[in-house]
Design a protein around this ligand. Structure first.
Ligand code: AHR
Length: 336
C-alpha cells in the first residue's frame, strides 16, 4: 500500500488514510502500524523526528543541540534526541532504534564521514527518509539520504588561510604554523585541513610544522598545544579547527610564557561566544564562522521530506568571518 520514491512517506500516507476514514465516519486506528513510539497515539499527526547528535564536545555543539530542540518545539515536531558521545557505534545504534520505532524522519550529524552505508540502507529499506545535518558522509550512493544541510568546511579552511596570507604578506622568513585538527575522520577536520593546505600551498614561506587532532575539545586543544610548544621552539601561528581547541590552547600558550594573539597568532573556526570574546580581547586574531543554528531549516526539511516534497540535495549555511574589530561589534547581539 505504500507509495514510494519522492511521493508520500508511510506516515504521510497514513495521515491521508486516517483523514479519509474519519471523513467516512469510521473511527478505525489508521496509524496502528506505527508502534508505541512512532508519532504518538492514533489521530496524532505530529511528525516524529529521530535525531542522533554527535555529542557535547564543544560550545558549537551545545548551541546546535539547543537550536534543534527549540526548533522542534516551535515546529510542533516530536523530537527523539540521542547523544552519541562522539562514538560512531552509538550513532549506528541510535539510528537502528529509530528505524525500529518507525519514526517518520531520521536526521543525524555523522561523527565521522565513512562507514554509514549499511545503516543508511536499512533506513532506506524501511522507507524512512534521512537528512544529514552539519556533517556529510562519503557514501557513493547519494540516494541513501535526501539532503545535506550544513556549512562548506573547505571554504572555512580556505578563508582562514586567506586571512593569514594577507596578514603575513610582508614576512621575510618562514612562518611556522601548528594545526589543531578536529575529530579524526570527521568531515570538518578533513575539509578544513584540505581548504587551508590548498590555499597556503602557493606560499612557500607558510609552513605547517606540526598537525594533530585535539578532538574538537578544550582539553584536547590544551594537551596537544602543550606538546607542540615543547617540541617546537618557534611557533608563529596556530590554526585550530574550532574555537574550543583554540581556547584550550590559549591556556597552554599563556602557561609557556607567550602572549596569545601577539607572539602566536591564533586562527579558529566557529565564532561561538567564548571564541568571539577571545577575539575581541585580542587573544585570537581571526575566526571563520560556522553557524550551529540549523534547527529551523532542519524542521522545515523534515516536514518537506515527510510530505514527499522534493528538496535540494545540498543546502549550504550562510556564514561570515570576524576580525578583532568586527568581533567587538558583533558580540553584544551574538546569539550563541
Ligand atoms: O561539525 C561542526 C564542528 O563540530 C564544529 O566546528 C565544532 O566545534 C564541532 O564540534
Amino acid at each position: 500500500m505504500r507509495i514510494t520514491g519522492n511521493t508520500l512517506t508511510r506516515r504521510g500516507f497514513g495521515a491521508i488514510l486516517a483523514a479519509g476514514l474519519l471523513a467516512t465516519g469510521l473511527t478505525a486506528c489508521a496509524n496502528s502500524d506505527t508502534g508505541d513510539n512512532a508519532g504518538g497515539t492514533a489521530g496524532d499527526d505530529k511528525i516524529v523526528l529521530g535525531f542522533s547528535q554527535v555529542g557535547a564536545e564543544s560550545g558549537w555543539r551545545t548551541a546546535n543541540t539547543t537550536s534543534v530542540k527549540e526548533a522542534a518545539t516551535e515546529a510542533g515536531i516530536e523530537l527523539k534526541f540521542d547523544d552519541a558521545q562522539q562514538k560512531q557505534e552509538n550513532q549506528i545504534r541510535a539510528i537502528r532504534n529509530f528505524i525500529q520505532q518507525k519514526v517518520d524522519v531520521i536526521a543525524f550529524s555523522p561523527v565521522v564521514e565513512s562507514g554509514w552505508d549499511t545503516v543508511l540502507k536499512e533506513a532506506k529499506d524501511a522507507q524512512i527518509p534521512v537528512i544529514l545535518t552539519d556533517r556529510a558522509v562519503d557514501s557513493a550512493d547519494k540516494t541513501l539520504y535526501k539532503t545535506f544541510l550544513g556549512s562548506d568546511f573547505v571554504k572555512e579552511g580556505r578563508l582562514s588561510a586567506e586571512w593569514l596570507i594577507e596578514e603575513t604578506k610582508s614576512a621575510t622568513g618562514p612562518v611556522n604554523i601548528v594545526e589543531l585538527q578536529g575529530t579524526t575522520g570527521s568531515a570538518p577536520a578533513n575539509d578544513r585541513k584540505k581548504g587551508f593546505a590548498e590555499a597556503i600551498a602557493a606560499n612557500p614561506n607558510l609552513k605547517i610544522i606540526a598537525s594533530q587532532s585535539g578532538d574538537f575539545t578544550r582539553a584536547g586543544g590544551k594537551a596537544v598545544m602543550e606538546q607542540f610548544l615543547k617540541a617546537n621552539p618557534k611557533i608563529d601561528v596556530l590554526f585550530a579547527h574550532n574555537d574550543d581547541m583554540g581556547l584550550g590552547a590559549l591556556e597552554a600558550i599563556t602557561a609557556a610564557g607567550k602572549v596569545p594573539g601577539k607572539d602566536i597568532k591564533i586562527i579558529t573556526i566557529d565564532a561561538v561566544k567564548d571564541g568571539m570574546q577571545a577575539l575581541a580581547d585580542g587573544k585570537f586574531n581571526f575566526i571563520a564562522e560556522c553557524s550551529p543554528l540549523l534547527g529551523p531549516q532542519l524542521m522545515d526539511l523534515a516536514k518537506k521530506v515527510h510530505a514527499g516534497e522534493e528538496v535540494p540535495a545540498r543546502i549550504e549555511t550562510e556564514e561570515t568571518t570576524f576580525t578583532q574589530q568586527t568581533a567587538k561589534e558583533a558580540l553584544p547581539t551574538r546569539k550563541y
